[in-house]
Design a protein around this ligand. Structure first.
Ligand code: HEC
Length: 146
């Protein structure tokens, strides 16, 4: 009986360690994706400001990174990933998952449209500015300031 209890306890520890791993993986993954978005935004700003010569392929790539991020993000907020891993995700995400996913989908759709249509620096500047506003709007509601 004693042995059995010990085995059960060991199993419970192993299982909860697995859960913690899954949770921290989701947090790490979504942070990594958003870091990539941050890097793409930096690249976009350099193209828009002309600190780097305009290159339409690079401009398209900026929006492609956004669109891909928007597709991956919604699945990375399991219930057990509200805290830990230095997440800055706000509890508001879990209170209003539909609203959060809708904001993500809207951002992704704008990025996809821009990805398909951008062809010169003027068009890029307009689309980049418009889509960039959605970063702050989402962060304002769904991210906590640390
Ligand atoms: C629909 C919501 C949403 C949109 C749109 C969005 N983000 Fe985020 N972003 C988040 C959330 C949520 C986090 C927090 C993730 C976490 O810490 O778990 C985050 C985190 C970040 C981070 C911090 C990553 C880290 O190191 O932890 C950066 C940088 C970032 N976003 C940049 C951007 C930029 C730039 C845009 C627009 C081009 C953007 N985001 C658009 C929701 C969004």
């Amino acid at each position: 009986m004693l042995v059995r209890t010990a085995v059960c306890a060991a199993l419970a520890v192993a299982l909860s360690a697995g859960a913690v791993l899954a949770q921290s993986k989701a947090i790490a993954e979504r942070k990594e994706i958003m870091k990539g978005v941050g890097a793409a935004a930096k690249q976009g700003a350099a193209l828009a400001r002309g600190t780097e010569p305009y290159d339409n392929a690079k401009a398209v790539q900026v929006f492609a990174v956004y669109a891909s991020a928007a597709e991956k993000m919604p699945g990375l907020f399991p219930d057990d990933s509200k805290t830990g891993g230095e997440t800055t995700a706000s509890p508001k995400i879990w209170e209003d998952m539909a609203g959060f996913n809708a904001a993500m989908a809207k951002w992704g759709a704008s990025a996809k449209a821009a990805q398909a249509s951008v062809k010169d620096i003027d068009g890029f500047k307009t689309a980049f500015g418009e889509i960039g506003k959605q970063c702050g709007a989402c962060h304002e509601v769904y991210r906590i300031k640390k």
